[in-house]
Design a protein around this ligand. Sequence first.
Ligand code: TZP
Ligand code: MG
Length: 237
Amino acid sequence: MSNRSNLDISAYFVVGPENTKNRPVAPIIKDVVDAGYTCIQIRSKTASALELIELTKEAADVIEKAGRADEVTLLVDDRLDVVLAAKKMGIKIDGIHVGQSDIPVEICRAYLGEDAVIGLSARTHDLFDYIKTADVSLIDYFGAGPLHETETKPDCGTGADGKVITRSFEELAELAKASSIPIVVGGGVKLADIPQLAETGVDGFFVISAISEADNPRAEAEKLIEAWKENYKRKKV
Ligand code: TZP
Ligand code: MG
């Protein structure tokens, strides 16, 4: 089955070399894959194209060795060139995540084909109207947030006045109801947020620093996913 038809964005880890306190990225990805995460996104604003390709290779190898290639979706942030190059080199990469100012989703879909997973960060202003009216025919999920301001991406959620707009749990619950495609929420998400976030009905959480900067990334990854599963399940019953 392709990762598009069984896409699971419930536990979603985003990472690049600038997020790991100078530790290698691959062992942290292994920790997260072993902890049961379903989506890995390689994201770096500093790495070269070659470094990004190498990172996708390492991530794909980790996923493959864990026997989870059919369950874990591997994406790259922004860099259509890197995704195309990695695919050409035989690396199992499943798709791309883009923002509102990145390569348009039409172009991503045209280059990557029908099987690729394409995620799109939702617009910050007019978020609710946007979610209700956006053409979602070419994309697989929305990223939304931030839940809190975050040093990892200080401009996340910046509104027209330059101030960051964070989203309350109530707003996220409304968003989950309004969207016709899955929504993953991140931006400053920490363990203490997970129970309430799971209860909003959104489809998943994404984190960088909660795991990538932890002294023990594996232990932290496990705590986050367990809290998600526990509270998401409770919402469903
Ligand atoms: N997109 C929106 S917020 C964000 C990204 C990539 C950063 C999230 O990082 P953290 O450390 O989990 O706040
Ligand atoms: Mg982007």
